[in-house]
Structure formats: C-alpha cells, structure tokens
Design a protein around this ligand. Structure first.
Ligand SMILES: Cc1ncc(COP(=O)(O)O)c(C=O)c1O
Length: 357
C-alpha cells in the first residue's frame, strides 16, 4: 500500500505469469510457448521492416494485418480486431462487452487472467465448476439451468486442462444465449480443436479470440486478434481508441503478416507438436501418470502417489521447469508444455529417475 496509489490499485490481485528464467540451458516447459522458432520468413520480414520508416507511427487500424488474418481464418477484414497479444484483446473485451448488470459466467478452473480483469474493471462473476473429469458442462451455460448470464467467456480448448468442446457444443452455448455475448478464447485451438470462427457470420453475439503466440511461435511479438460481428468489433475499437491507438508496431505487423502467410511452416510445426504430444502422453502414462486428453500444446497430468509440487521442484533441480498451480482441485496436477522431441525425452527420463528415487 502507498498513499500515492489510486484506491483501486490496492484492491487488485494481479496475474502472475509463468517464470521467464534468466538462466540459460533450462528445458522450459512452463508457459506453453511453441518449441520451434518462428518461420524464417518472419525473421526476414522483420529485418526488412527495420528501416527509416520506424520514425513514423504505424497504421492505427492495422489494415494489412487484419487482411492477412481475415485470409488465414476465412473471415472479412471488417470482422477482425487486433491487439498487443490476445491478453490485450481480452482486456478490451472485458470492458467493452463483458461488463453487464448480471454476472459474467466462466469455469472455476480456467485461464487465471479472467478474474484479474474482473477485478480491474469491477465486473461481478459467477464460476461454473468443471465436471469431475474436468470438462466444461454445456448445460451450465444455458439459461435453463442457472438463468441468464450477463455474458459468458471460456477458452476452447480450456486452460490449464487442455480439454476441448466440439464446435457443435460451443454452438449450443452461442445459439442458446442469443441476447448474451459469448467470448470463445481459442488461444490453443490450432493444436487439435475446432475453431468456431465459421459461426461468426451466423451469430452476432459470438466473439472468437486467437493469438499468434502459440501455434505461430510468436509469443515475443505480442499479436492477438478477435473475430466477430460489426457491433462487437465496433465496441472493441471504441475501447482500444480510448486506451492506445497503436497497439501493433511496425515490426510486429510485418512479422505477423509473414507468419500468417507461411501456411506450410505453420502446418509442419503444429503437426510436430501434436505428434510429440501423443508420445509425451504415452510416456507419462507408462510412468503411472493420469493425463487428461489434450487438444492443446500442453498436457495436464497427475501422479496417483507423488505430490505435484514435490515433482515440480525435483524437475527444477534437473533444470526442467513445468507449471504447478496451488489452486483447489488442481494442486496435484502439473501442466507441461509440449517441447521438442529431445525435450520430451529429457522430461520423461528425469521423471523416471525421480519416481524411482
Ligand atoms: C487461454 C489463454 N488465453 C490467452 C492467452 C494470452 O496469450 P497472448 O497474450 O500471448 O496472446 C493465454 C496465454 O497463455 C492463454 O493461456
């Protein structure tokens, strides 16, 4: 507390990101980054953009980038909103679209930034418990069971569980709430779930948020986007233009466009992650772990006999970092990002030794 703070600052519970270690040579499986670097075409495009034009502000409406996103996901550029990482897109969505008289509804186990935005913007929320096997129960999001929500948000696949709803299940939620905004956070969708972007033209209450941080290997560039109807995009634009007119800098725009255009590299590297995920899951299961079925670039696993925090600490001693959450219901799980094949081998060998000790 400081006497210089605005009253709201003392009430905030800020998000705590996974560790970004300063040490070299760690096997970093804790923040769901892509194990393979961005496409070489991305690096060339960023280098080419490093010129005298950096003295000029970038395009405030990011037209070129929105066109590239629209082409990549099969939408119209006017249906696309861009931001400095999907965290910023989500932040604007919370203020522009998710703050209503009735509480915002989301799962009890989900992306831990959601309650943080609620704290920042003074949004009331209600938590829907995941089922015993950590699935989102669609019925919880239909008015018949719990009444109408002020708005709805959930990730698909969910984080940190990795479990996904089908597009048909998401559509039931969207169709069942025609007067309520439904935000579907598809940060991990490219690793095995179905995107509902094709539904945006049919449902004016649906906003789909995606990021270039995960499947496009660009967490360091900070580019995220949303696809939705004109009214939803207009609401986001009003907030963005009341906050920062230039969220996408010139280098980020150049790199992001090149990433979206290199579909071959995208397919190749995301398929590599999906293959390693299968091998990692099988390896963990053979060591006695229970692994939730994952449609993301991470797995969520628990060992019936070994304490998760102890396992995470033992891995760290062997220079491997994974994510452990001290939250009710999930404190015996580890969330492990799918790395390269070599990193996967190192993880499995280290766990084998730890479990035998
Ligand atoms: C579910 C979910 N949504 C959004 C994000 C934010 O990603 P970024 O701000 O890098 O686009 C993350 C990051 O881990 C996430 O797990």
């Amino acid at each position: 507390m400081s006497r210089f703070w605005s009253p709201v600052v003392g009430t905030l519970s800020p998000y705590v990101p996974g560790e970004q270690p300063k040490l070299q040579n760690l096997v970093k499986l804790n923040t769901n980054e892509h194990p393979y670097g961005p496409s070489p075409k991305v690096l060339d495009a960023i280098r080419a953009a490093c010129d005298d034009t950096l003295k000029l502000y970038p395009d405030p409406s990011s037209d070129r980038l929105r066109e590239a996103i629209a082409t990549a996901v099969g939408a119209q550029p006017q249906q696309v909103f861009v931001g400095n990482g999907s965290d910023e897109v989500l932040a604007h969505a919370f203020l522009a679209l998710l703050k209503h008289d009735r509480p915002l509804r989301f799962p009890d186990i989900t992306y831990s930034f959601y309650p943080v935005y609620c704290g920042l913007y003074g949004i009331e929320f209600e938590l829907m418990p995941l089922t015993a096997d950590f699935r989102i129960d669609v019925e919880d999001y239909l008015p018949a069971r719990h009444g109408q929500a002020g708005a709805i948000i959930f990730p698909n696949p969910n984080a940190p569980t990795g479990r996904a709803l089908s597009a048909a299940e998401v559509e039931r939620i969207v169709a069942g709430n025609p007067d309520t905004v439904v935000v579907v956070d598809e940060a991990y969708v490219d690793f095995g779930a179905e995107s509902v972007i094709p539904l945006v033209s049919r449902y004016d209450n649906l906003l789909v948020v995606q990021t270039l941080s995960k499947s496009r290997s660009l967490a360091g560039l900070r580019v995220g986007f949303a696809v939705g109807s004109a009214a939803l995009i207009d609401g986001l634009e009003r907030v963005k233009n009341s906050f920062n007119s230039y969220p996408i800098d010139r280098l980020a725009s150049a790199g992001a466009v090149a990433a979206l255009e290199d579909t071959e590299y995208f397919e190749q590297t995301r398929n590599a992650v999906i293959e390693t995920r299968s091998r990692m899951t099988a390896g963990l299961e053979s060591l006695g772990f229970e692994v939730l079925p994952s449609a993301a670039n991470f797995v969520f696993a628990r060992h019936p006999e070994k304490d998760a925090a102890t396992l995470a600490a033992a891995l760290r001693e062997r220079s491997i970092i994974v994510r452990h959450f001290r939250h009710a219901r999930i404190d015996q799980f580890l969330r492990i990002t799918v790395g390269t094949e070599g990193q996967c081998d190192m993880l499995l060998q280290a766990l084998d030794k730890i479990l035998q000790a």
